[in-house]
Design a protein around this ligand. Structure first.
Ligand code: SAM
Length: 287
């Protein structure tokens, strides 16, 4: 099975941390401290706020489509709360995990191993009460994501998007501008939404609750990974200097890019907050 670079990042991070969830933590007052020790708790809090939001706008027992369902952890949590949940997952390594989870827990869930764009919406007969995009919205062209959601939802159905977008500062060329990829342009998206038939009933800025993840990751990279990489560099340059020189020459551009992106100190919480806005958006398909 081959991994593309997006999937590699997700699978690598999951294997490195051993965490089941692939989404950010939600660092509100219920989490004692913003430290890696509480990462799992903060991620659980993130999942809880997703489910609470869906239930607030939906009903106690819903049929939900979880788009880009990662390892299936949110799908399982929703099922435990009495919802019937199907998943869309384009990454084969993650799809295997989702199917394993569905089988182990005996869940009545259909899993589609494809992108949202490739989902055969017109041949899917069941209609959903809710469609969830938990940190998957940024990967899908939004008109396709929401056109497909529209077809799949019952009248009155709910879309919950929890993800970050690019702010108006994006592309200003200031230090850190290129440090974080991802996200649709927020204002472009809102303009598009305004011309659509969707009714936007909730739009919260939750950047402050999610950006502490960036600080934690930055600390991990600069205080742990950078010193470890430097030790490896010293070791290899004394033992295998030719091999190291060749490696550095071959991957010069890639290494420079990685160094700028992860180790130059530009990937800070403040930079994230300047260039990204993390939103919790609820859209309703009118009756
Ligand atoms: C950051 S992970 C979030 C996973 C999960 N929703 C969660 O909250 O833990 C992003 C997910 O989006 C999925 N994804 C990426 N591109 C997608 C696409 N075009 N259609 C559907 N899902 C996609 C990835 O495979 C991955 O599962």
């Amino acid at each position: 099975m081959s991994l593309d670079s997006k999937e590699f990042g997700l699978v690598f991070a999951q294997q490195l941390t051993g965490l089941e969830d692939l989404h950010y933590g939600y660092w509100d007052d219920s989490v004692p401290d913003t430290s890696v020790v509480y990462m799992k708790q903060a991620q659980q809090r993130y999942t809880d706020q997703l489910i609470d939001t869906l239930e607030h706008h939906g009903k106690p027992s819903m049929r939900v489509l979880d788009v880009g369902c990662g390892t299936g952890a949110v799908l399982e949590a929703l099922s435990e709360r009495g919802h019937q949940v199907d998943g869309v997952i384009p990454a084969p390594h993650l799809e295997k995990q989702v199917r394993g989870r569905v089988h182990r827990r005996g869940l009545d869930s259909q899993v589609w191993g494809c992108t949202m764009e490739a989902l055969p919406v017109s041949s899917i007969e069941r209609r959903y009460d809710a469609v969830l995009f938990s940190e998957s919205f940024q990967y899908i062209p939004y008109s396709v994501a929401l056109d497909h959601a529209w077809e799949l939802l019952k009248p009155g159905g709910v879309v919950l998007i929890c993800d970050f977008f690019k702010t108006e500062h994006s592309g200003d060329g200031k230090p850190g501008d290129r440090s974080f990829g991802g996200g649709h342009k927020y204002h472009g998206f809102l303009d598009w939404l305004g011309t659509s038939e969707w009714r936007c009933v909730q739009n919260d800025d939750i950047t402050a609750y999610t950006s502490p993840n960036i600080r934690l990751l930055d600390e991990l990279l600069t205080q742990r990974l950078a010193p470890a990489a430097s030790t490896l560099n010293t070791f290899l340059s004394s033992r295998h200097p030719w091999m190291l020189a060749l490696f550095k020459r071959l991957f010069r551009k890639k290494l420079r890019k990685l160094e700028y992106k992860y180790l130059s100190g530009h990937r800070s919480q403040a930079v994230f907050e300047r260039y990204k806005t993390y939103r919790r958006l609820v859209l309703i398909k009118p009756e």
